[in-house]
Design a protein around this ligand. Structure first.
Ligand SMILES: Nc1nc2c(ncn2[C@@H]2O[C@H](COP(=O)(O)OP(=O)(O)OP(=O)(O)O)[C@@H](O)[C@H]2O)c(=O)[nH]1
Ligand SMILES: [Mg+2]
Length: 359
C-alpha cells in the first residue's frame, strides 16, 4: 500500500491557474499561422485561444480529481486518519466544486467556439473571445477558496504513514524509554522505516520480519501509545484508535528496572488504559530489561499482569534474552488470523474464476 494521496498534484491558486492558461493560449496563438481571409483568420486564431484556455484549465483541474481518492473509498485505517487531519465534508465539497468548474468551462467553450465560428465580424470575434476569457476566469475565481483548501489538505495528506495494510501487524505499546524501538530492531532485523504520523513528531517506525514465507509487520509507536488515552484530546484519540485497523496483536512493554523513569505503578496505569481500549486484540505483555531489573520488581509486575489473566514474558531486547519465545508467541497468535485472511482471498479469487468460466 502506498500513501493514497501520494499522486495528488500541487494545486495552483486561482490566479496562478488563470495566468498559466492565458499565457499558454497566447503562446499557441502566436505559433499558429491561420489561412484564408481576414474573418477566417480571426475565427481560427480566437477559437484556438478559447480551446487552449479551456484545455489547460480543465486538464489541471481534472488532474486533481483523477489523482485524489475520495475519502470514503479508502481503507478504514486511512479513513480515520484523514478525518483527524481534514474536514471530510469540506474536502469532498472542494472536489465537487472542481468537478463543477471542469464541466462548466467545457460547456462555455463549446458555446463560444460555436459563436465565433458563425460570426462574420472580426471585432465581434475578438469580443467573444474576451468574453469567454472573462467568464472562464470568473469560474476559477469562484472556486479559489476550494483550490486553496485542496492544496493545504494535500500538503497534510502527503505525510500520511505508508503502511502495508494487508500484512499481519504487531503494534508495540509502552511508556517512553522502556525499549520499544530496541525491541522493534531486535525483532525485525531490518532497519525500520520511519513513517510520519499525525500528532507525533517522531513518526512511527515500521519494520518487518519473515517466518515460513509469511511476512509480518511490526510498528513502534513513539508518542502514541505511551500516554494514557484519557489525557488525549478527541482528535488525538481518533488518530491513536486508527491503529486498531492495523493491529492484530499488541505487545505491551513494561520496564521493571524503572530506568525509563516511570515507576511501576504509573506503567500499570497506562497498561490498564491501553488494555481497556485495545483489549479485543490478543495482548502480549513483556517485561523488558530483565538484565538490569531487580527480581523483586519483576515479580511485582508479573503478579499484576497475571491478575489480569495474562502470561508475562521476560525479555531483554538489548541482549536478545527471551526473544525467540516472544516471536514464537507472536506467530502463534497471528498465524490463524493470517490463514483466515489467506483463505478469504483464495475463496474470492476462486469465485471470480468460476464467474469467468460461466461466460
Ligand atoms: N539494559 C537494558 N537496556 C535496554 C534494554 N532495552 C532497551 N534498553 C535501553 O533503554 C533505552 C531506551 O530504549 P528505546 O528502545 O530507545 O526505548 P523506546 O521505548 O523506544 O523510547 P521512546 O522512543 O523514547 O519512546 C536505551 O538506552 C536502550 O539501550 C534491555 O533489554 N536492557
Ligand atoms: Mg523509540
Amino acid at each position: 500500500m502506498k500513501n493514497p494521496f501520494e499522486k495528488m498534484p500541487t494545486v495552483l491558486t486561482a490566479d496562478e491557474l488563470i495566468d498559466k492558461a492565458f499565457r499558454r493560449a497566447e503562446k499557441a496563438a502566436s505559433a499558429f499561422t491561420p489561412r484564408g481571409g481576414r474573418v477566417s483568420k480571426a475565427r481560427q486564431r480566437e477559437e484556438l485561444r478559447v480551446r487552449t484556455v479551456s484545455n489547460i484549465l480543465r486538464d489541471s483541474l481534472k488532474k486533481i480529481l483523477d489523482r485524489t481518492p475520495g475519502v470514503s473509498t479508502l481503507p478504514d485505517f486511512y479513513k480515520e486518519l484523514v478525518d483527524t487531519l481534514v474536514d471530510r465534508d469540506q474536502f469532498h465539497r472542494a472536489l465537487a466544486s472542481v468537478n463543477w468548474a471542469v464541466k462548466t468551462i467545457r460547456t462555455l467553450e463549446q458555446r463560444y467556439a460555436e459563436k465565433i465560428r458563425y460570426s462574420k465580424d472580426p471585432d465581434e470575434i475578438a469580443r467573444l473571445r474576451r468574453q469567454f476569457y472573462g467568464r472562464a476566469a470568473s469560474i476559477i475565481k469562484d472556486i479559489a477558496d476550494n483550490l486553496e483548501y485542496l492544496n493545504q489538505a494535500r500538503n497534510v495528506l502527503k505525510e500520511l504513514p505508508v503502511i502495508e495494510l494487508e500484512l499481519p501487524t504487531i503494534v508495540i505499546a509502552g511508556h517512553p524509554n522502556v525499549g520499544k524501538s530496541t525491541l522493534l530492531r531486535a525483532l525485525t532485523n531490518a532497519k525500520p522505516e520511519v513513517a510520519s504520523y499525525p500528532f507525533t513528531t517522531k513518526g512511527i517506525n515500521v519494520g518487518q520480519f519473515e517466518e515460513h514465507y509469511l511476512r509480518y509487520q511490526v510498528i513502534d509507536t513513539p508518542g502514541l501509545l505511551d500516554r494514557p488515552l484519557s489525557e488525549r484530546n478527541e482528535v488525538e484519540r481518533q488518530a491513536i484508535l486508527a491503529l486498531k485497523h492495523l493491529g492484530k496483536v499488541i505487545i505491551y512493554i513494561f520496564d521493571p528496572s524503572e530506568h525509563c523513569g516511570y515507576p511501576i505503578e504509573e506503567q500499570m496505569h497506562l497498561f490498564e488504559e491501553i488494555y481497556a481500549e485495545f483489549g479485543e486484540f490478543p495482548f502480549i505483555v513483556v517485561l523488558n530489561k530483565v538484565d538490569i531489573a531487580e527480581e523483586e520488581k519483576i515479580k511485582q509486575v508479573e503478579e499484576l499482569v497475571r491478575s489480569k489473566g495474562l502470561e508475562p514474558f521476560r525479555i531483554s531486547a538489548l541482549n536478545g534474552y527471551g526473544l525467540d519465545r516472544l516471536k514464537a508467541k507472536v506467530i502463534e497468535l497471528v498465524k490463524p488470523m493470517v490463514e483466515e485472511q489467506a483463505k478469504r482471498i483464495m475463496e474470492k479469487e476462486l469465485r471470480k474464476y468460476r464467474e469467468e468460466l460461466e461466460f
